[in-house]
Design a protein around this ligand. Structure first.
Ligand SMILES: *Cc1c(COP(=O)(O)O)cnc(C)c1O
Length: 497
């Protein structure tokens, strides 16, 4: 299996090489040249499998340059009972006959990013051995809050790797910030950036394409890679839980073989929902994908109009991990939906670069609308959904998951297909305690760590282990800079001129 660029501007590479490079050095993203498929029988048989076995079946199809032993090894290192506190790894919770929540936050950092970032570092280490690189890897991560901590945990003290995380100052929750700033390890750096997530992400992407800068750090013994979902190694593990979801629903008798499901995904960079789409291409019976956004609803508008337009104000919301205007992985999706038409992709992204928008052609739009629906939730709707679900089902949603539930409800209002729906729960509610508690009762408390305790008293839900005692942990990072100074900051960290 080889990987090709969405912009047809680079040679084909192996999986190990795609994972090492992170993104296509000349711009564009790596995608599998041909998506492997399972027969329906193979998919139904997964109901007998553990999460780890399903993981193996999927990784094996994509990572053909890794040995069986290597794959088993990375799966064992990632999906075990030290890292995850549930035997299903990603359990599904039934709210009612048609509505299920897929809990993706049972890993160490309480957000769904762990699903991929507990595995990916092991893939990268093995990739480095394969391509015999004599350089140290420098991972640059732009985060809207959750990727940062998950990547820091995944790469902490990994030999041959240094990781630098950039987050928007004031653009993440206090808990998210504290999680990052208290990370140990002798190879980790965390930097608060003046600017929003898009600023952080675009500088990091720029750096990956900056030959001059790459040469400079190369001379000093480093080579860049990425732990953002622009890296195929980040996306691939996310395909696993969609197959596991279907298998668990079958196993538990909630659906019959062949039943299609709807999947609603709270979306930011379009990585998670893209993984669901790849699962569908591989044969997973899906009826509709509901792409859920908050007030930064570029994607909702895109699915309705066929125009992707970022000429608008960036809004800070209570679901900050989705505060994104430029959803990087949409590029991969469009490449797939246009039948691998790199010319179209090049023209779309040139237009995005120059005018901040692009329009897709009518045929592509029709094909997309056949499968995808875009819905969004305002801040008020998000909080109301948290209240409603708590009162009705005694289940506590985080703000992102609430956006996913609201989008699903909107979809049902419009279409009413009454098909079993799975909503991705992308974060544990304690990660965004303030907004969650505020939805459930009036609060006066300002201190986010005290709010955690109040939320626990109200809901009876145990505080996620990754967030317990956070306020007492030592702060280990205090760097900050303007988004324009990120290159200088990197040089300083590496102690190069
Ligand atoms: C990252 C994140 C998202 C967005 O996921 P994408 O793959 O970027 O679309 C949604 N919710 C939470 C809690 C996240 O951490």
């Amino acid at each position: 299996m080889n990987y090709i660029s969405t912009r047809a501007n680079y040679e084909q590479v192996s999986a190990a090489e795609a994972i090492r490079l992170g993104m296509v050095p000349t711009g564009g993203l790596f995608v599998p040249e041909k998506v492997p498929t399972f027969s329906q029988e193979e998919i139904y048989r997964m109901k007998e499998d553990s999460y780890q076995n399903i993981a193996y079946k999927i990784l094996e199809r994509y990572l053909t340059d890794y040995t069986d032993e290597e794959l088993k090894d990375v799966i064992r290192s990632a999906y075990n009972d030290t890292n995850f506190d549930h035997a299903d790894i990603a359990p599904i919770i039934k709210l009612d006959d048609k509505l299920y929540i897929l809990e993706l936050w049972h890993g160490p950092t309480a957000a769904f990013k762990d699903m991929a970032l507990q595995l990916m570092p092991h893939l990268l280490i093995k990739a480095l051995a394969k391509v015999k690189l004599d350089k140290e890897i420098l991972i640059l991560v732009a985060t809207s809050g959750d990727t940062g901590k998950a990547a820091l945990e995944g790469f902490k003290d990994v030999e041959g790797v240094k990781i630098v995380v950039f987050y928007p100052q004031g653009g993440v929750s206090e808990v998210q910030e504290r999680q990052m700033l208290t990370t140990g390890g002798n190879n980790t750096e965390v930097i608060a950036v003046e600017g929003n997530f898009d600023d952080c992400q675009s500088v990091v992407k720029d750096i990956f394409g900056d030959d001059h800068f790459k040469e400079l750090i190369s001379k000093n013994g480093y080579q860049f890679s990425s732990a953002n979902s622009i890296n195929w190694g980040r996306l691939l593990p996310q395909i696993i839980y969609y197959f596991a979801t279907y298998a668990y629903l079958l196993r538990d008798g909630e659906i019959k073989e062949g039943d299609k499901i709807n999947i609603s995904v709270p979306t930011g960079n379009f990585g998670n929902i893209l993984a669901a789409y790849y699962a569908y291409q591989m044969g997973l019976p899906v009826n509709k994908f509901i792409c859920a956004s908050n007030d930064n609803k570029v994607l909702t508008d895109f699915f309705k109009t066929g125009i992707y337009d970022i000429n608008r104000d960036f809004k800070q919301t209570i679901s900050p991990s989705m505060d994104i205007l430029i959803s990087s992985n949409l590029e991969r999706f469009l490449f797939e939906m246009t039948g691998h038409d790199a010319d179209k992709i090049n023209s779309y992204y040139e237009s995005l670069n120059e005018e901040g928008k692009f329009a897709i052609d009518e045929d592509t739009k029709i094909a997309i609308n056949d499968l995808f629906v875009g819905e969004y939730a305002t801040e008020e709707e998000t909080q109301k959904t948290i209240t409603q679900v708590f009162n009705k089902f005694d289940y506590t949603l985080d703000t992102h998951t609430a956006v996913g539930v609201k989008a699903y409800q909107e979809y049902q209002k419009e279409v009413g297909d009454n098909i079993v729906a799975v909503i991705d729960s992308t974060a544990n509610p304690y990660k965004f305690s303030k907004a969650v508690l505020e939805s459930l009762q009036d609060i006066e408390e300002e201190n986010e760590f005290k709010i955690l305790k109040e939320l626990e008293e109200l809901t009876g839900l145990e505080i996620h282990r990754g967030l317990q005692g956070l306020e007492k942990m030592e702060i280990k990072h205090n760097r900050s800079c303007h988004s324009k100074e990120i290159r200088e900051e990197i040089k300083e960290i590496l102690e190069i001129e």
